[in-house]
Design a binder for this molecule. Structure first.
Ligand SMILES: [Zn+2]
Ligand SMILES: [Zn+2]
Length: 170
């Protein structure tokens, strides 16, 4: 849980849903989708309390937390590889966390110049929020409820995602 601490987030031993919002992240490089992994912000090596289950399509593993013996869950996390980012905090009315905090937990650089190893001006990096171009610092984007974030590196995909169907989520 070192990366969660580095992101300024306090892990707990279970899910707290006083604040519970979802946002969605798409990343593409030259039009090809990059998977946002499951288990970001979850101690998937925890001895007990973290359950892993294959995804329906069998291409990834999903992680869910019951009760761990020690803090194993950041309030900012992914359960599956769909790109849905969960904010689940024990503080009611928690302010939105930031995309920068999420990338810190992911262990990937994100700032004004770079996404991972892709840095301007050598690489083209463009961000979209709900389909609208965003010119600010990506790390400062607030993970507000149901926001769709698209990070387009290099050649854009045929269609830049402008929404996500959140449906019913745990
Ligand atoms: Zn959760
Ligand atoms: Zn959730």
């Amino acid at each position: 849980m070192a990366l969660a601490a580095q992101a300024g987030l306090e892990p707990t031993d279970r899910e707290y849903l006083m604040t519970h919002t979802h946002s969605h992240l798409d990343v593409s490089v030259d039009g090809k989708k990059v998977v946002v992994p499951s288990g970001i912000g979850i101690d998937i090596e925890a001895a007990a309390g973290v359950q892993s289950t294959p995804s329906l399509d069998g291409t990834s593993t999903e992680y869910y937390v019951t009760i761990c013996g020690a803090p194993c869950l950041s309030p900012l996390h992914t359960h599956d590889a769909s790109g849905v980012i969960h904010t689940e905090s024990r503080n009611p009315h928690e302010n939105p966390y930031t995309l920068g905090q999420f990338f810190t937990e992911w262990g990937i650089r994100l700032d004004d110049s770079c996404v991972g190893d892709f840095c301007k001006p050598n690489a083209s990096v463009v961000l979209y929020l709900d389909g609208k171009k965003y010119d600010g610092n990506p790390a400062e984007i607030q993970l507000k409820s149901h926001i769709e974030i698209a990070i387009v590196i290099g050649k854009p995909p045929a269609v830049v995602p402008d929404h996500w169907d959140f449906g019913e989520l745990p």
